[in-house]
Write a protein that binds this ligand. Structure first.
Ligand SMILES: Cc1ncc(COP(=O)(O)O)c(C=O)c1O
Length: 380
């Protein structure tokens, strides 16, 4: 199989990191923070190390990392915990359903008003558009750092400045950008980030979380055991436990820690450079094929290595099936969980073909896709 769906989940994985994570897990054994004995304390200390590692990796030293299942989980925690009743939230039409659905739920139940800022023909959300959407009772701005449909990286620094001036927390969904482009939470003025472990961070599914400024008032929306203050029926409000009800995914957290080390090593950085070059090759190859429409084309530092396109005469889902069945090429076909982006791009209900590169793709993979697309367009 030629795997070109790294925006869904990265594949293959850095095997050595997974092996080290498993070895640590089998050696540690005890559940972090659940027991006064030495092994539980060691486990807890390792998790604390990874928390700090995550915050440093995202330019958020000194901030709090709370682990959860994935970005969806973290975004739910942040949106539900920061939106105050009777207030107003600003987001964008580029968002993934993991942002849109919790916000839609709040609007439907009358808890909050919502404005969704459009993106321009370049696939970017201008900070001036965000400024126009703000109201006196806006309590939260939440937006994707990089679009999973277009690969455009948003000018979040300008939005961060704006939010700081108005005292409004800015939450960034870094699901697609984490591990692919540098994240500088503090420099950008963001109050919190939601990340997922299994995409650009190269880790396993089932682990992700949020990084937040320690003073951010995120109210818990889930309650349960935290290993602290067990006599009380009131959920513990200390951080990170406040936002981590239940036993943590220790295996996932340990493995993610090794993946972060790997991502900062020379090999991963070299592969990232190659990935950018392949992205350019993919775009050039598609531009040379008659009958291909690429949404907001562009490559370079402001872009993720992914392309959303349509082949003339092909329904994207059918094209995806032929690429899989006849050419053993895996791409994402159809809708990519960002319904308003598809609507604004004129994709209707059919969506697009999304080709997303990863650290381990080669020129041969890109060329095989281009040859297959060319043959399909010629009706061969
Ligand atoms: C932009 C964006 N946000 C959020 C998510 C949700 O990630 P997860 O399913 O790991 O929670 C995705 C996954 O595709 C995404 O692309």
């Amino acid at each position: 199989m030629i795997y070109l769906d790294n925006a869904a989940t990265s594949f293959p994985k850095p095997e050595a990191c997974f092996r080290r994570g498993l070895e640590d897990y089998l050696a540690l054994g005890a559940s972090p923070g659940r027991g006064g004995y030495d092994a539980a304390a060691r486990s807890q200390a390792r998790v604390r190390e990874v928390r700090e590692r995550v915050a440093d990796f995202f330019g958020a030293s000194g901030c709090v990392t709370c682990f959860g299942h994935n970005a969806t989980d973290a975004l739910n925690t942040l949106v539900l915990g920061l939106a105050r009743p009777g207030s107003h939230v600003v987001s964008t039409r580029l968002e993934h359903n993991s942002v849109l659905r919790p916000l839609h739920h709040l609007r439907q139940t009358g808890a909050c008003e919502l404005d969704l800022v459009p993106f321009g023909p370049d696939g970017l959300v201008g900070s001036e558009m965000v400024a126009q959407a703000l109201r006196p009772h806006t309590c939260l701005v939440v937006m994707t750092h990089a679009s999973n449909v277009l690969g455009t990286v948003q000018p979040v620094e300008a939005v961060g400045r704006l939010c700081r001036e108005r005292g409004i927390p800015l939450v960034l969904d870094i699901s697609q950008s984490a591990g692919v482009v540098p994240i500088r939470m503090r420099d950008w003025g963001a109050s919190a980030l939601a990340f997922t472990g299994h995409k650009g961070l190269l880790g396993p599914t089932g682990v992700g979380g949020l990084v937040m400024e320690p003073g951010l008032e995120v109210l818990p929306s889930r309650f349960g055991g935290t290993g602290l203050d067990s006599l009380s029926l009131t959920h513990n409000l200390d951080l990170p436990e406040r936002l981590e009800a239940g036993t943590l995914n220790l295996l996932g957290i340990l493995t993610l820690g090794h993946c972060l080390d790997y991502l900062q090593g020379p090999l991963a950085l070299e592969l990232a450079q190659k990935e950018m070059e392949l992205h350019g090759r993919l775009l050039e190859g598609l531009a040379a094929l008659p009958g291909v429409t690429v949404d907001c084309p562009g490559s370079g530092p402001g872009r993720l290595p992914l392309v959303s396109c349509n082949l003339e005469g092909w329904d994207p889902s059918e094209a995806g099936m032929v690429l899989d069945g006849d050419y053993s090429i895996a791409v994402r076909a159809g809708l990519h969980c960002a319904p308003l982006a598809h609507q604004d791009l004129g994709h209707g209900a059919k969506g697009s073909l999304r080709v997303s590169l990863g650290r381990y793709n080669t020129q041969a993979h890109v060329d095989a896709f281009l040859r297959a697309a060319g043959a399909m367009l010629r009706g061969q």
